[in-house]
Design a protein around this ligand. Structure first.
Ligand SMILES: Nc1ncnc2c1ncn2[C@@H]1O[C@H](COP(=O)(O)OP(=O)(O)OP(=O)(O)O)[C@@H](O)[C@H]1O
Length: 707
């Protein structure tokens, strides 16, 4: 423990600098607001080009002001004293004084790298690394590491007992802890990994994979803003709950150009949250489904017309079911997209009818073009064409799989009889409840297989448009929107992301890899995950293959994280003992923090389970300040949520699958025994047991739940 007077003196020294930074920040905010306001006031002056330029400037001013506001709290968090006497302050954003001298260096700048990377063995020119803790504008604490004692000047003081542990023992409150001040070296390696190619980060529970992925996104945006903000960064996470949770972290990193999507909402128009049972998800996720869907996408429309009869100039023209099938097949060879070759299908029908009319020697038969025009004018004929070859939406075709006969036909020879049986009934809810998360990848595949109907190019209004040298009237709001659109706006089905981050990648099925891959054809990637936490019940080799295909031949850089920052050592010991039963040789991270509080395991009579769960949860409310996760088996979520209804909002009920990636101060895991039936279940149990930072209670009716 360091001398309290020395500590106070050092705090006072840092407070002086922090005061200067905040004073400067106030000036910068004022300047940014002024630029913004002046922009609003100036109206209709100058050339149109100058106006647009000014709008973009105003937009930047607004963005800068927002960034200055967001990064207010804990703006300065580090100081480096370098050999030779120079000092740098490190913070959430770079700030310069009125003479353009740096007051704070952005944490992502090369000059700040040593803050995270220097060690006593390799000090990188750093004599003393100082962590500055503060609450709003007030410095509250300091933690130093003396990395190069031989180069330290005699009056250099060193205070504190280790910044990382101090930060970890704080309650998390709501949302994810911001780790920018305490990023560890092995994490920093991954964060600053080369921008191109694929960065793969693996590590056990709580090793900071998500934190690293998000800080990497922020780092990339900083290091090459035009490339990554221009193209955009897509961040894909497993569930909506999780995506919401990480959304609270990205803005605090100062970035608004990342698109966050769950696997159920990657396709525009859908936001699926329903989950299929493991074995169903395994089949729906398998690459064999592509062929199944391909067959569906080529099949005849259910209840479509089975024959065409037309009375034409006194003659009966007729196409029977076999002929119609034949015409469809010829217009739709393998690989053709049904929505794109609709016109070819119609041409085939015209041709066939024309041949017939000629063979029948119809009296007064006109030229072919005239004949076609006459038919096209007839409502009955047009109705036939629309019913025979409609425009298909992916959902329309996926629903055909709810029919057992069709499913069997499409899956014949691709899926086993048992698998077809498992799948049966799993598409029944599409109409009423919408798709499951696994269905969304199938819809995306169908979209790809069938293509989009050709539509005339839509005219978009261009607010920058100048016609015949005369500026069109455009409002200030229009131009402001256009300036912003040039920076960030993308269409809903945007696919050309510059970078794709996949979190919890161990749960991405082969079909989902295809769906994500379509959105990252030109991207560099960051893929983070932990194979031991996968809930995937299908073929692991297929999973690897499909991932490799999505990532292509890009160069890979791999990083392994080895320290668990989330769980207390006592909690992680329970989780570790569970995963060891199926993966005895798995290298596990070491948990750095011990609380001295052991997890509690309770057994309840079935009739008393609800009361015990409520009691335990209420007790946790008195023991921790932050969030409490009540984790339930998937099918019993609603029922168990009722057991803790009315408790404060910091009690959150999630299923074992939704708990993936989440973190709570206390966890009440209900019926752990329901998860021990197979290896996929045990891996899910491992996930659920490794969510808590401080308290873990398991409550179940089976005393022998431990696998
Ligand atoms: N360097 C660090 N300093 C402080 N806290 C950290 C650090 N690294 C990680 N943490 C904290 O540890 C917790 C776990 O991090 P994170 O959720 O990123 O882990 P993860 O590897 O994605 O976990 P899981 O695989 O279990 O979902 C978070 O609260 C995070 O803020």
């Amino acid at each position: 423990m360091s001398d309290p007077t020395v500590l106070q003196q050092e705090i006072a020294v840092e407070q002086q600098h922090v005061d200067r930074v905040y004073a400067r920040l106030t000036e910068l905010r004022r300047d940014a607001s002024r630029a913004e306001k002046e922009g609003y006031q100036l109206a209709g002056v100058g050339t149109f080009g100058a106006l647009v330029e000014r709008d973009a400037m105003v937009y930047h001013a607004a963005r800068r002001r927002r960034a200055l506001d967001t990064e207010y709290e804990g703006l300065v968090f580090g100081r480096l004293d370098l050999r030779g006497g120079a000092t740098h302050y490190v913070g959430r954003m770079g700030i310069r004084d009125e003479n353009s001298q740096p007051l704070v260096v952005d944490w992502r700048a090369p000059a700040a790298a040593a803050f995270y990377r220097a060690t006593a063995a390799e000090p990188l020119g750093v004599v003393r690394r100082r962590m500055i803790q503060s609450s709003r504008e007030r410095v509250t604490g300091i933690e130093d590491d003396l990395l190069d004692p031989d180069s330290a000047p005699p009056d250099m003081r060193v205070v504190g007992d280790g910044a990382l542990l101090a930060s970890l023992s704080k309650a998390t409150g709501h949302g994810m802890r911001d780790i920018v001040a305490t990023i560890q070296r092995e994490q920093d390696d991954a964060i600053r990994s080369p921008a191109s190619g694929v960065t793969i980060v693996t590590g056990g529970p709580g090793t900071g994979k998500t934190a690293v992925a998000l800080h990497r996104a922020a780092y990339l945006l900083y290091s090459d803003r035009s490339r990554f903000a221009g193209g955009g960064i897509l961040v894909v996470g497993p569930s909506g709950v999780f995506v919401e949770y990480i959304a609270t972290v990205l803005p605090s990193l100062g970035e608004d150009t990342a698109t966050l999507r769950s696997l159920g909402s990657l396709m525009p128009g859908y936001d699926a949250t329903r989950v299929d049972p493991g074995p169903v998800a395994a089949i729906k996720g398998s690459l064999r489904m592509r062929r199944v869907l391909e067959r569906a996408s080529h099949d005849a429309v259910p209840d479509g017309p089975t024959e065409l009869r037309l009375l034409y100039r006194g003659a009966l023209l007729r196409l029977d079911a076999r002929q119609l099938d034949d015409l469809r097949r010829r217009a739709l060879p393998r690989g053709a997209r049904r929505n794109e070759v609709r016109g070819t299908g119609f041409d085939r029908v015209f041709d066939a009818l024309w041949q017939q009319a000629r063979q029948l020697k119809v009296t007064g038969l006109p030229e072919k073009r005239e004949f076609e025009a006459e038919l096209a004018d007839r409502t009955d004929f047009r109705e036939f064409l629309k019913a025979w070859w409609p425009r298909f939406t992916p959902m329309r075709v996926l629903r055909w799989l709810a029919n057992p006969g069709r499913l069997r036909r499409y899956a014949n020879g691709l899926l086993s009889r048992e698998e077809i049986g498992t799948l049966q009934g799993s598409f029944d809810g599409l109409g009423e409840h919408g798709p499951t998360i696994a269905d969304v990848a199938l819809l995306d595949e169908l979209d790809e297989l069938m293509g989009r109907p050709r539509q005339p190019a839509r005219k978009t209004k261009n607010p920058f448009h100048v016609r015949d040298g005369i500026q069109e009237v455009s409002t200030y709001a229009d131009r402001q929107a256009a300036a912003r659109a040039q920076q960030v706006q993308r269409d809903e089905d945007y696919r050309d992301f510059a970078h794709v981050v996949v979190d919890e990648s161990q749960d991405v099925s082969p079909m989902q890899w295809r769906m994500i891959g379509r959105r990252g054809s030109y991207a560099s990637w960051t893929v983070v995950g932990d194979p031991a936490q996968t809930a995937w019940a299908g073929d692991p080799a297929e999973l690897d293959r499909s991932r490799d295909r999505a990532l292509g031949s890009r160069k890979r850089n791999s990083y392994a994280l080895t320290t668990n920052y989330r769980n207390s050592a006592e909690i992680f010991a329970v989780a570790a003992s569970v995963i060891r039963t199926i993966m005895p040789d798995l290298p596990l991270p070491s948990a750095v923090r011990s609380t001295g509080v052991d997890p509690v395991d309770l057994v309840a009579e079935p009739a008393a389970l609800a009361d015990v769960v409520r009691e335990v949860t209420e007790k946790q409310l008195t023991e921790v300040d932050g969030t409490i996760g009540v984790i339930t088996p998937v099918p019993r979520r609603e029922e168990m949520a009722g057991w803790v209804a009315g408790l404060p909002e910091r009690v959150q009920v999630v299923t074992a699958l939704e708990a993936k990636g989440m973190e709570y101060d206390a966890v009440v895991l209900v019926e752990p025994g329901s998860l021990t039936r197979d290896p996929a279940g045990i891996r899910t149990l491992y996930v659920a047991l490794s969510r808590a930072t401080q308290r873990l209670t398991t409550v179940g009716t089976d005393p022998r739940w431990h696998p």
